[in-house]
Design a protein around this ligand. Structure first.
Ligand SMILES: Cc1cc2nc3c(=O)[nH]c(=O)nc-3n(C[C@H](O)[C@H](O)[C@H](O)COP(=O)(O)OP(=O)(O)OC[C@H]3O[C@@H](n4cnc5c(N)ncnc54)[C@H](O)[C@@H]3O)c2cc1C
Ligand code: SF4
Length: 466
C-alpha cells in the first residue's frame, strides 16, 4: 500500500463503496475521489505491484496466478433451465487490483457509430433481444477521448478509413512496427486492404511519469513490470490513492449488497482474507465486478423486497451477455519469433468491419491480421517441434504437457532466462520511429525480406503498393 492511501473504519459511513478494482472500478474510484468523495474499493484479489510480476509462463498462463481460479470459484454451465448445471471452466478475468487490465493484451478500440444503432439499421432478429444502445457514439466520444488521454493510448488517428470521428488524436504515437508487421502490411496492400497500427493501451514514449514499453513480449496474461501497460493499476488507481480519499481494500470478497426497509442500499457484506465477515457502511454502492460477477452479486443480493435479485425488476439481469469470440489461424515462423515484442501491436486490417446484414444476430464481423511473438514457452515449443501448442487442434493438449515438462526442465537448467532489455529488432525499429538510424548495429534479427527504409515508409503511412 502507498503512504497516501486513506483508511476508513468499516463502521464509518463513507460516500461510495466500489465493488471490484478493475477497468471500470479503477476509473470510477479516480473520478469520485478527485471530486472529493470518500471511497472504499473492495477487491477480492490481492494488491500486486509491478515488482511482484514475473515472466513465468507456466504460472501465469497455465496455473492462473493472476486470473480467477476455477478450484476456488467453480463455474458451471447448462444449456437450458431444465438441465442440471455441470462444472465447466467458462469465464476468465483478472483477479487482483487492476482486474482485467493487468493481464489484458491492451488493444484499445472504440465502437463504431453503427454499433450503437444496429437494431434501427437492420430490424429485429426473431428470438433475440436485439436493441439499439440508449446512447450514441457522439455522446460517448468525449469520454473515449478522456480515457485515452488519462490512461495513455498509442495509435495513429485517421490511419483507418473506417474509424469513427474523434475530437483529438491519440496522446502517443503508435508502437514501433517490426519486420513481421511490415510483411503483413505489404501483403494487405497487395489484396487492396487497409493495414494500420492497432491502438494500444501501452505507452510508446514516456508518459505522465511512466517509461515507455520495453517490448519484452510478456503482455497478454502477464502484468507489466515496467508500468508501460496502461492498466488501471499503473494509472488511475494510483491517482485515486493520491487524493487521500480512496482506500483500496484488497482480499475483500463481497457476498451481498445490503438494503434497508425502504429498499435503499446501506452498504455491503464481505469476507476478508481470513474468511471473517464484515459490513462496510456506505451511502451508495457502485458495482464494477465485470460481466460475470456483477449479475451474480445482484442475484446473491435478493431479499423479500427484491425476490428476483437486486436491480432486476426487468428480469434482464444476467441476460444478453456479449462475448468476443473469434476464430484464429496462426503460423509460427522462426524469423517472426525472433522479432518478438508486445503482442498484437503491429498491423490490423479493419476491412471486414464494413456494415453488412446480420445473418445470425451479429451485424458486423471484424478481421485482423496480427503479427506477434510471445514468450519463451511458445518459442521453445516451436524449437522442439511441438507447434501444436500454438496451432491448436487435438494434439494441443498432449503437446502442452510435453512442452511444460521440457520447459520446466529447461527452466531448472537455467536455459530459459530471457533478457529483460530491448530486442535488436526493437532497437532498430524504435530508432526508425524516432527518425534516427537504429542504434542496434547490424539488424541481424530483422526479417531479411524487410529493409529499414520499408519500416520508415510504413510508419509514415507511405509503404508502396505491391
Ligand atoms: C486474456 C484476456 C485478454 C484480454 N485482452 C483485451 C484487450 O486486448 N482489449 C480489451 O479491451 N479487453 C481485453 N480483455 C477484456 C478486458 O480485460 C475486460 O473487458 C475488462 O477488464 C472488463 O472490465 P470490468 O471493469 O468490467 O471488469 P474487470 O476488469 O474484470 O474487474 C472486475 C474486478 O472485480 C473483482 N471482483 C469480482 N467479483 C468480486 C466480488 N464479489 N468482491 C470483490 N471483488 C470482486 C475482480 O476480481 C476484478 O478485479 C481481455 C480479457 C482477457 C481474459
Ligand atoms: S511488452 Fe511492453 S507493455 Fe508489454 S509487458 Fe513488456 S514492457 Fe510491458
Amino acid at each position: 500500500m502507498t503512504h497516501e492511501q486513506a483508511t476508513f473504519d468499516a463502521k464509518t459511513e463513507i460516500d461510495f463503496v466500489i465493488i471490484g478494482a478493475g477497468a471500470a472500478g479503477g476509473i470510477i474510484a479516480k473520478e469520485l475521489s478527485a471530486a472529493g468523495f470518500r471511497i472504499v474499493v473492495l477487491e477480492q484479489g490481492p494488491y500486486m505491484k509491478e515488482q511482484d510480476f514475473e515472466h513465468d509462463e507456466l504460472k501465469y498462463m497455465r496455473q492462473r496466478a493472476i486470473t480467477n481460479d476455477y478450484k476456488r470459484q467453480p463455474n458451471t454451465f447448462r444449456a437450458t433451465e431444465k438441465e442440471t448445471a455441470k462444472l465447466q471452466p467458462a469465464i476468465i478475468y483478472g483477479r487482483q487490483v487492476g482486474g482485467g487490465t493487468v493481464h489484458f493484451t491492451a488493444n484499445y478500440w472504440r465502437f463504431h457509430e453503427i454499433d450503437f444503432i444496429e437494431r434501427s439499421r437492420w430490424g429485429s432478429i426473431a428470438g433475440s433481444g436485439f436493441a439499439d444502445w440508449p446512447i450514441t457514439y457522439a455522446e460517448l466520444e468525449p469520454y473515449y477521448t478522456k480515457t485515452e488521454w488519462d490512461l495513455g493510448v498509442s495509435g495513429l488517428a485517421g490511419a483507418s478509413p473506417f474509424d469513427p470521428p474523434r475530437s483529438k488524436p491519440y496522446p502517443l504515437p503508435p508502437l514501433p512496427i517490426k519486420s513481421s508487421g511490415v510483411l503483413a502490411e505489404r501483403g494487405a496492400k497487395k489484396l487492396g486492404w487497409h493495414a494500420f497500427p492497432a491502438p494500444m493501451a501501452i505507452i510508446s514514449q514516456p508518459y505522465r511519469g511512466r517509461s515507455a514499453c520495453l517490448h519484452c513480449g510478456f503482455c497478454e496474461y502477464f502484468g507489466c513490470e515496467a508500468k508501460a501497460k496502461s492498466s488501471t493499476l499503473a494509472t488511475v488507481i494510483r491517482e485515486a490513492e493520491k487524493t487521500g480519499l480512496c482506500e483500496i481494500r484488497p482480499n475483500s470478497c463481497v457476498r451481498r449488497i445490503e438494503v434497508n426497509k425502504a429498499g435503499l442500499v446501506t452498504g455491503v457484506t464481505y469476507f476478508d482474507e481470513g474468511g471473517r465477515e464484515h459490513f462496510q457502511s456506505a451511502k451508495a454502492v457502485v458495482l464494477c465486478a465485470n460481466g460475470a460477477e456483477t449479475p451474480r452479486l445482484l442475484f446473491l443480493s435478493k431479499s423479500s423486497l427484491f425476490p428476483n435479485g437486486l436491480a432486476n425488476s426487468s428480469g434482464k439481469v444476467g441476460k444478453y451477455l456479449m462475448f468476443n469470440g473469434h476464430a484464429q489461424a496462426s503460423r509460427s515462423d522462426a524469423r517472426v519469433l525472433r522479432g518478438r515484442g508486445n503482442g498484437y501491436a503491429l498491423r490490423v486490417l479493419p476491412d471486414e468491419l464494413r456494415p453488412s446484414r446480420p445473418a445470425t444476430g451479429r451485424a458486423q464481423v471484424g478481421s485482423s491480421i496480427q503479427s506477434h511473438a510471445q514468450g519463451a514457452l511458445h518459442a521453445h515449443c516451436a524449437r522442439i517441434g511441438t507447434h501444436n501448442f500454438v496451432a491448436g487442434g487435438d494434439k494441443q493438449h498432449l503437446a502442452r504437457f510435453a512442452c511444460e515438462r521440457r520447459v520446466g526442465a529447461a527452466r531448472r537448467a537455467g536455459h530459459l532466462q530471457r533478457p529483460r532489455g530491448r530486442h535488436e529488432d526493437d532497437a532498430v525499429l524504435s530508432g526508425a520511429l524516432q527518425g534516427t538510424p537504429g542504434s542496434g548495429g547490424a539488424p541481424k534479427d530483422m526479417d531479411p525480406r524487410v529493409k529499414k527504409s520499408d519500416v520508415r515508409l510504413s510508419l509514415a503511412g507511405n509503404l508502396p503498393d505491391g
